[in-house]
Write a protein that binds this ligand. Structure first.
Ligand SMILES: *Cc1c(COP(=O)(O)O)cnc(C)c1O
Length: 378
């Protein structure tokens, strides 16, 4: 039996398709597009999102771990599936059985793959993860040659690509991306003396801010879901070809009450009403991904108007000030993210209030609420 929550995340597949197409058209035709669907599709339901991208022509997907890749395959996703964080020994048979593409950064994993590949009588391609300046996952430039020499001992494993990642491609002003790209290009040149694999480094920031870094394949994440890595700045810069946010988040008013001036609101009474105040009590809290740091900072939409959050966000409740909004009743729709009437609130705006980024807002809200795909027009 499905009993619905007051709170509902709605996802618009037409927006996802629109975003995939914008990215597809933005990169030159020879460049492949890998859709990042990790973190359960940045909160958009990995399986459903991947199916939407597949229907729009996407043939390559990326997840963090083996389990996610297996889930995608079992849901009927064909094409290539990258496991960006590699795998552990017990998972090596899954990599072959489900025909997954491992990203590799330790020689032991090559050995495990080789043993499994020999046993299965086939060859397997890996993508080598290199670190071109982020100090995150991957081999440093001076480790690459030694790794390749050792890989030669395992002829059933071949190098299908070279992967790196940008640390600051959301910042158009920074020189970091060009430097990192130069380090990556030089590593690719070294490696290409031994193989002709794909080189790929560009995330959404690379695609939109530094298109010269697109290489053989791009790996968009946030932009597929309708947001620019540099938030509203990117949104304004893009103008014409607009990405469209696919996710919205709504609830309903539980109770309406009027309290006199000088009344404390919520835990710790961090808000004291300056005058008589009408409050809408909402069944949303940090358990639903509506961050506690939105206390006294967030806003929601009721009757197409903005209502500020008053006091602390609780686990399952929060209070919005509706003193200026006439006629609010229990059961009225409240939009926490998305559009209502002429007003809208984006993940970027929420992220600004909570001192974080749209990525985190989407993951938190998307992955902690009931999700529905709509067939509404965009
Ligand atoms: C998450 C991720 C991406 C996508 O980044 P966005 O900024 O969301 O476009 C690309 N590559 C790697 C390795 C990632 O981890």
């Amino acid at each position: 039996m499905t009993v619905h929550s007051y709170n509902r995340v709605t996802i618009n597949p037409q927006a996802l398709q629109n975003n995939f197409r914008i990215i597809r058209e933005k990169v030159v035709p020879g460049v492949k597009v890998l859709a990042m669907v990790k973190a359960d599709g940045y909160g958009h339901d990995m399986i459903k999102a991947a199916k939407v991208f597949a229907a729009a022509g996407c043939e390559i997907f990326g997840v963090a771990e083996t389990g996610e890749a297996v889930t995608l395959r079992e849901a009927g996703i064909r094409g290539e599936i990258f496991i960006m964080l590699g795998f552990v020994r017990e998972q090596v048979d899954l990599v072959l059985r489900y025909n997954l593409t491992p990203v590799v950064f330790r020689i032991e994993t090559v050995e495990w793959l080789s043993t499994a590949a020999v046993k299965a009588g086939r060859k397997i391609g890996i993508h080598l993860k290199v670190d071109s300046g982020m100090s995150r996952l991957g081999l440093l430039p001076d480790q690459v040659n030694d790794f390749l020499d050792r890989m030669c001992l395992f002829p059933s494993v071949y190098l299908a690509g070279i992967v790196s990642h940008f640390s600051q491609s959301d910042d158009l002003q920074s020189d970091n991306t060009r430097k990192s790209h130069a380090v990556f290009t030089s590593m690719c040149n070294t490696i290409r003396r031994q193989c002709d694999g794909l080189g790929h480094i560009a995330n959404s920031g690379g695609i939109f801010n530094f298109p010269e870094t697109c290489g053989d394949m791009v790996r968009p994440g946030i932009s597929l879901y309708g947001y620019y890595p540099d938030g509203e700045v990117g949104m304004r810069r893009a103008q014409g070809q607009r990405l469209i946010p696919a996710m919205s988040f709504a609830t309903q008013v539980l109770q309406v009450k009027t309290v006199p001036a000088g009344t404390g609101v919520s835990y710790g009474h961090t808000y004291i009403t300056p005058s008589e105040t009408r409050l809408a009590i909402l069944p949303v809290g940090y358990e639903d991904g509506y961050l506690r740091s939105l206390s006294n900072r967030g806003e929601v939409l009721i009757k197409g108007r903005r209502a500020p959050i008053r006091g602390r966000i609780c686990m399952n409740l929060c209070m919005a000030d509706i003193t200026e909004i006439e006629g609010v009743l229990p059961g009225d729709e409240v939009v926490l993210m998305g559009r209502q009437g002429q007003e809208s609130i984006t993940a970027d705006e929420i992220a600004g209030w909570a001192d974080t980024i749209s990525y985190e807002v989407l993951c938190l809200i998307g992955n902690n609420n009931e999700r529905t795909y709509t067939d509404e027009e965009i």
